[in-house]
Ligand binder design. Sequence first.
Ligand SMILES: [Cu+2]
Length: 101
Amino acid sequence: MKKIIVASLVIASALFGAEHIIDQKGKSFAPGALNVAVGDTIKFKNSDPFAHNAYTDNEANEFDTGMQSPGKDVEIKVKAAGTFNVECAIHPNMILKVTAK
Ligand SMILES: [Cu+2]
């Protein structure tokens, strides 16, 4: 029974991808670098008392979380392999480096 459950979890993670959590805190992305697989989800949290944003110019993975209020979570899906930077449109010094395989 245990083997069946483990096998099911492995299949589920292959189908739906893993979830990675990035916190926006102290005007930085934490952690500042992330290894993901195509199909994974990145959840952006905002633990600062002011708004943040997360976007990338990477064409294959393009997204923009818009104005992200304190406490608001936004999830994006990794669509394509490659290395790209995620930035915050409000705080240009915030950079998250994503490597997707
Ligand atoms: Cu910001």
